[in-house]
Write a protein that binds this ligand. Structure first.
Ligand SMILES: Cc1cc2nc3c(=O)[nH]c(=O)nc-3n(C[C@H](O)[C@H](O)[C@H](O)COP(=O)(O)OP(=O)(O)OC[C@H]3O[C@@H](n4cnc5c(N)ncnc54)[C@H](O)[C@@H]3O)c2cc1C
Length: 443
């Protein structure tokens, strides 16, 4: 069948296998030709080719909740459970996941494999910082439990390891109690990139923060943006029983890619910024609309047309973040290629996982429809990112070169050494891992 990630680029022809249960998964591994590439796949919401290979193993059948500890606020569940399902269980108890990405539809396995981050990385770290332990099925069929203290090297390689160490079967997650599942949101307008950075710094004690940026604004208006801050609050005195709900809008078909051009993007970005001038500066919103605004629009990836789109997400260390992001925005606006969704976040300390993306600095994410000339622009952006000591996010990537990857992830060799020990035939490999040089070396 034809398979792709959320960005719908690239599309590959793959054999998609969804085992019925755990024993059929084990049999499948045992009967696998070691020379065939195989990669686990959760909800398929990584943008590019990290969950693509000749053979793809679906994990959604692992949708069990095996233990819940009301006192310690922990849940053990299968890797195919979605964060939405977890939140449904947690929110009536007054609990919340310590870290959520921009969509609740991702699976626990996908969240661990990409070590996803949210709007609170600057204070709370990434998803795997709250994973107490996980069970992994290795290429040789062995089941192994690992955590920060038990088999820590395997844990550090699996968290953020993009499915290359084995198949995550189950995980125990630490939840947190929150005063309420509603969010007190403050919206702050920044008229320039400098002002946006200043607002992030001044508000760094805020639990959640994320900025929407007008990526096409130039000159003094470059980087004009709206910074959204958030705090959990209890406004209802009763906890919602069914929360959140699924999308209520849908994009029914692929829009013609020609609708997205520098004119329409400029128009959208300017109108959005202007509208925010008159919007309330403080309001209370439900957590769904604060954390997962796009989940309300089913198939929004069709907005970018049939040929799909790419997300470019980079991390730039604090020192030089302003200059680098200013240079990137300059190149993007000059090229007239931009997106509705340009997002800037302040990030906190890195953890010890070998391939995790987050680290201290700022992360910028830009969406681009796939079109001729795009890769040349993105290569120019790569050069800026590397010049400032940054890196690109594997979960969003569909094209970065081996050199760009290796420069951004200095622990890649340690990862490959461990992989050679646990997967000597290189059974687990994705199109992405081959491209960035993480797996051909093993094969
Ligand atoms: C609208 C949107 C918003 C997003 N916002 C954010 C954000 O704010 N922050 C952020 O960090 N990310 C964000 N992402 C990216 C997303 O969180 C990650 O790509 C995540 O990995 C997707 O999970 P998935 O279940 O769809 O995994 P897939 O896309 O299916 O797979 C992703 C990777 O995980 C591996 N994997 C999946 N399941 C398993 C398993 N059981 N065992 C081992 N490996 C496995 C795959 O092999 C692959 O390498 C966003 C994505 C979208 C579409």
């Amino acid at each position: 069948m034809e398979l792709s990630g959320w960005g719908r680029f690239p599309v590959v022809s793959a054999e998609f296998v969804e085992p019925l249960d755990f024993s059929s998964l084990q049999m499948l591994l045992a009967s696998s030709d070691p020379s065939a590439k195989l990669v686990p796949r959760g909800a398929g919401l990584s943008y590019g080719d990290s969950a693509l290979a000749a053979r793809v193993i679906g994990s959604r059948f692992m949708d069990n909740f095996s233990a819940i500890d009301e006192t310690a606020r922990t849940i053990r569940c299968g890797s195919g459970v979605s964060l939405r399902q977890l939140l449904r269980l947690c929110m009536p108890r007054g609990w919340f996941l310590p870290v959520v990405p921009g969509t609740a539809n991702v699976s626990v396995g996908g969240a661990i494999a990409a070590d996803v981050h949210g709007k609170n990385h600057h204070l709370d770290g990434s998803f795997c910082d709250h994973v107490l332990d996980l069970t992994l099925l290795l290429a040789n069929g062995e089941l192994i439990r690992c955590s920060k203290t038990s088999n820590p090297e395997l844990f550090q390689a699996t968290c953020g390891g993009m499915g290359l160490t084995g198949i995550i079967i189950e995980a125990t997650l630490q939840l947190r109690e929150v005063p309420g599942v509603f969010i007190q949101r403050r919206s702050l307008l920044a008229h320039s990139l400098r002002e946006c950075f200043e607002l992030f710094e001044v508000n760094s004690a805020s639990s959640y923060s994320v900025a929407w940026l007008d990526c096409l604004a130039r000159g003094k208006q470059q980087g004009r943006s709206v910074l959204y801050l958030g705090e959990h609050v209890d406004v209802s005195n009763k906890r919602p029983s069914q929360h959140p709900t699924r999308g209520w809008l849908t994009v029914p078909f692929d829009l013609p890619a020609s609708l997205l051009n520098s004119y329409s993007l400029n128009l959208f970005n300017s109108a959005y910024f202007q509208a925010k001038r008159y919007a309330p500066k403080s309001d209370t919103v439900n957590s769904t609309s604060y954390f997962f605004p796009l989940d309300g629009i089913a198939h929004w990836n069709r907005l970018y047309g049939q040929r799909g789109f790419l997300q470019y997400q980079c991390l730039i260390p604090d020192d030089g973040a302003f200059e680098a992001i200013s240079a990137i925005l300059h190149k993007v606006s000059r090229a007239g290629k931009g997106s509705f969704l340009s997002v800037l976040k302040k990030m906190g300390a890195a953890n010890s996982n070998l391939l995790s993306f987050p680290g201290p600095g700022y992360t910028l994410a830009l969406d681009f429809k796939f079109e001729p000339g795009l890769f040349a622009l993105l290569e120019e952006l790569d050069a800026v990112v590397l010049a400032y000591g940054g890196r690109l996010y594997l979960a969003k990537d569909a094209r970065m070169s081996e050199a760009v990857f290796k420069a951004g992830y200095p622990q890649w060799e340690k990862f490959v050494t461990l992989k050679q020990k646990i997967d000597p035939h290189g059974l687990f490999a994705s199109q992405q891992s081959d491209r960035v040089g993480l797996t051909q070396a093993v094969r």
